[in-house]
Design a protein around this ligand. Structure first.
Ligand code: FAD
Length: 139
């Protein structure tokens, strides 16, 4: 079974409440550990970017659940690719909050401010997540 990486972006809906982020991280971390999935979840303004790494079956099953989650919408897949090595093997679901998105970092990967993750390429989104891994502590 191939190791696979999937990156998507999405936007919160009015179903996203004050405890939703905490709930998503709690459930996601338990499930991802059980399913051999690693990765990172970023939250900026109303947007999510998430990278999932694991077996193709585990990634597909988890993504199908994420797609139907009403706490977000406009879920757009930026990258889905076989990989040889995981980038986030230490994190079942690392979390990068809004405060870590600085303007210079956003501009490095975007044509302009404010941040709009739907304008990222798959490679750009992957590189952005690797920058977070290099520079910041995950929460
Ligand atoms: P159930 O709890 O039975 O869920 C049934 C349905 O209710 C699902 O459609 C579910 O999405 C929805 N739901 C569950 N809890 C709530 C709630 N508190 N409020 C509103 N609707 C709810 N899950 C992972 O396992 N791994 C991840 O990496 C992951 N990342 C996520 C990233 C984002 C941005 C979001 C929004 C969700 C993420 N989830 C993740 C959660 C995922 O969508 C499912 O809610 C979770 O996997 C449990 O689904 P279930 O069908 O097994 O369980």
């Amino acid at each position: 079974m191939f190791l696979t990486r999937l990156i998507y972006v999405s936007t919160i809906t009015d179903k996203f409440g004050t405890t939703s982020l905490e709930d998503i991280l709690k459930v996601g971390r338990v499930n991802n550990t059980k399913n051999g999935i690693t990765g990172m979840l970023c939250f900026k303004d109303e947007y999510f970017i998430q990278c999932l790494e694991g077996s193709r079956d585990a990634i597909n099953q988890t993504y199908n659940k994420i797609l139907t989650d009403e706490r977000h919408s406009n879920v757009v897949m930026l990258e889905y690719t076989p990989i040889d090595v995981r980038d986030f093997n230490d994190w079942c679901m690392g979390y990068i909050p809004t405060s870590q998105f600085t303007d210079p970092l956003i501009l490095k990967f975007s044509t302009s401010l404010p941040f709009n993750p739907y304008q990222l390429s798959g490679i750009g989104a992957h590189q952005l997540l690797l920058e977070f891994k290099k520079n910041f502590t995950s929460f």
